[in-house]
Design a protein. Structure first.
Length: 717
């Protein structure tokens, strides 16, 4: 019984929510149509509402039938409606179009804008490029939201006071009873909704406001005809039904030259429709806790807009508010969409009379609510979390949109986005790591004697490892840092700039390298670039060739260059021992020569294997070994090379861990091996040798740990 009662309660809630969602969505759609078809287009309001409703009906049907959007309400949106309303008014005024031509050209512009928005969304979804929304600065998107909100607030006045221009604030002030209650309702709701989770608050508030309007008419003895004469109602419409035409308006009335002038705005509408869709889908994803198929949603949206545009419908995308209401009530996925389909079809069937008696203030109140809500979201919700500099940008975009127009505001946003990227990215230090050859060595494990010689390379070889993108902002900072090292009391002999992690660079980077190469040549300092990818070397081959006479060298990878520098340093050092030290020169080698087992390995043979038990300590006497590890994706990765005098296997042995890498002989090699059982006997039989071995091993491991710590310190880790 409880289960049946629960299903009945859910059914009642879903039915009530469906009626409210369907009715409110239709009113929202009518509000946006009224916004567009106002002023010079007011005589065609009923036909315009009909076209927009048909487009909204098509959108709802396609969304319900799709897999990616069946649980989401897709309808015309206020942001694009504001842009199209502004574009239509500007186009009609500039071209001086007659009534029929103005309507036909505006419908053509709206339809083409919607089709263009649909094609754009479908192509982006098909190419799986929906991730681009995450790269647009939030300050710019917040500015566009604020601009849309401010334009909605302004346009709401033109709807509620059809016979008074917004450019006459004194007339508006004297007729405050006509607009103030509805404007106050929209403003109050925009604040209250932020503190309430009840999804029925907005529709019930507007329903109560409409009932109060009709009640006041009765109290003051005013009938609907009187209210209609005073301009308080949407009607009367010139046609009986929403899709009836006088037969004099068609494609032949379209002014194509005037339409061509609106192309920039049409492109802006397509871009904002795409951006709004992505942002709303992400919001719905967070609301539901379920991962959304962004690309699939865009493909469905593309089909829906393309189909709606063919009948002159407004561009649309996902509605967060109504979708959130349906989910809070627990309606089945397609129930809300079906409710919108039913209400739209009912309104189209019954005709204009259903809408003609709606209060203008109700439609304007919806726009005021949406406008104030967007303003609060941009200026308060987002604005209070950002710096004053960013707040200025959020405020500047809507001010420009209202005073100069939407296109200048879009241009301001685009320029601001570029400047924000340059300013913010230029602050990023492209130097991922600065160190010296004393801390960062080639992937070659050498004897203690050779390591001691190479430790003196610190002041002679400076290494800069870069990351990111080099352009005029980051390059200037890098150049200043490199020049500072040349002007120090002990300048390096070699400066290495490793570009392995550089994804791109511009010509300013090569100009900086040229200047640095000349400074290095003046001080007899070598400047070497390493790690430059093959595509970048090919792209900038001419610049590289032009810089070589100035002393700049471009080598392969950093490790190969470091190995060559180390070999050259050892060859020049009179104290370096290129052969294995004699017994007594190295404590570990001396002990292993007395107690270890001598083993020979041919080139290609495995000395130890990754994952095996660590049961011995080894020292390479002659030959060369290579250390590698298995990759998760398959294959092996070479870590380093081992030269004579190198100790191996000691970490795993003392830590009682399995071998962490595979060691293979790359040349015929001789290794001294001290097994665990023999070392245990050594502790008992020859404690002096055992103590010597343990101290020497502790010293070697400590030196390696210190070297790793110094390198991490250089990397600021």
């Amino acid at each position: 019984m409880e289960g049946g009662g629960g299903r009945l309660a859910l059914g009642v809630r879903s039915l009530l929510a469906g009626l409210i969602i369907g009715t409110m969505t239709v009113i929202f759609t009518v509000s946006k149509a009224t916004l567009v078809f106002s002023g010079a287009l007011a005589p065609f309001l009923s036909l315009g509402i009909g076209l927009v409703l048909v487009g909204a009906l098509i959108m709802a049907i396609i969304a319900v039938a799709s897999k990616s959007c069946r649980a989401v309400i897709v309808q015309p949106q206020d942001v694009t409606a504001v842009l199209l309303a502004t574009a239509a008014g500007t186009m009609i005024a500039d071209a001086g179009l007659a009534a029929e031509a103005a309507f036909a050209t505006s419908v053509a512009m709206i339809g083409l804008s919607t089709v263009l928005a649909g094609v754009t969304a479908y192509v982006v979804g098909h190419l799986k490029l929906s991730f681009v929304v995450r790269y647009l600065p939030r300050q710019v998107t917040a500015g566009f939201l604020a601009a849309s909100g401010l334009l909605l607030v302004r346009e709401a006045f033109t709807i509620v006071m059809a016979d008074v221009s917004f450019r006459s604030p004194s007339d508006i002030a004297t007729r405050w009873p006509q607009w103030l209650p509805w404007c106050g309702l929209g403003l109050a709701l925009s604040f209250v909704v932020r503190r309430s989770s009840n999804g029925l608050l907005v529709p019930l508030s507007f329903a109560l406001a409409a009932a109060s309007f009709y009640l006041c008419l009765g109290v003051f003895g005013l009938d609907l005809d009187t209210a209609r004469e005073r301009g308080w109602l949407l009607g009367p419409f010139p046609y009986d039904t929403l899709l009836q035409s006088s037969g004099t308006v068609g494609l032949r009335d379209v002014s194509w030259p005037a339409l061509w002038s609106a192309v920039p705005m049409m492109l802006a509408v397509a871009g904002l429709c795409l951006l709004g869709a992505l942002l709303n889908v992400i919001s719905l994803e967070q609301l539901s806790g379920r991962e959304a198929d962004l690309d699939g949603a865009l493909r469905t949206l593309g089909v829906a807009n393309s189909a709606a545009g063919l009948v002159g419908g407004l561009p649309g995308y996902h509605m967060v508010s109504m979708t959130g209401l349906a989910r809070r009530v627990g309606m089945p996925d397609i129930a809300a969409g079906l409710a919108i389909v039913g209400m739209s079809a009912l309104c189209l069937t019954l005709g204009a009379d259903v809408l003609s008696d709606l209060p203008r203030g109700l439609v304007a109140g919806v726009l005021w609510y949406l406008g104030f809500d967007l303003l609060l979201a941009a200026l308060w919700d987002f604005g209070r979390r950002i710096q004053h500099r960013d707040k200025a940008l959020v405020l500047a975009i809507p001010i420009v949109a209202v005073t100069l127009g939407v296109l200048p505001a879009l241009a301001l946003g685009a320029v601001a986005a570029c400047l924000l990227f340059v300013v913010v990215y230029a602050r990023i230090d492209v130097v991922r790591l600065f160190t010296t050859a004393a801390h960062l060595k080639a992937r070659v494990e050498r004897s203690p004697q050779e390591r001691a010689v190479l430790s003196g390379l610190g002041d002679r070889v400076h290494i800069y490892s870069l990351t990111g993108f080099l352009f005029f902002g980051t390059t200037r900072r890098l150049l200043s840092r490199l020049q500072a090292s040349l002007q120090s009391e002990t300048p390096p002999r070699i400066v290495i700039v490793d570009m392995k992690r550089i994804v791109g660079l511009d010509l300013s980077a090569w100009e900086a390298f040229g200047l640095l190469a000349r400074r290095c040549a003046e001080q007899s300092v070598e400047l070497v670039l390493t790690g430059l990818s093959a595509p970048l070397r090919q792209q900038f081959g001419r610049q590289i060739a032009a810089l070589q006479p100035s002393g700049l060298r471009v080598e392969g990878d950093l490790d190969t260059l470091l190995a060559a520098i180390e070999e050259r340093t050892l060859a020049e050092s009179a104290t370096a021992r290129r052969t294995v030290p004699r017994p007594g020169d190295d404590d570990v080698l001396a002990v292993l020569q007395r107690h270890g087992e001598r083993r020979e390995f041919r080139a290609g043979q495995t000395v130890m294997r990754e994952g095996d038990a660590s049961d011995s300590i080894m020292v390479l006497v002659s030959g060369q070994l290579e250390v590698s590890v298995a990759q998760v994706t398959g294959g092996e990765s070479t870590l380093n090379r081992l030269l004579p005098g190198t100790l191996l296997g000691e970490v795993g042995f003392y830590a009682r861990r399995e071998r962490s890498a595979t060691v293979t002989a790359t040349q015929d090699s001789t290794v001294l091996v001290l097994g665990g059982d023999r070392l245990a006997r050594l502790d008992t039989d020859v404690p002096a040798d055992a103590a010597t071995l343990h101290r020497a091993l502790a010293r070697i491991v400590s030196e390696r740990l210190i070297a790793a710590t110094l390198l991490l310190k250089d990397a600021d880790l």
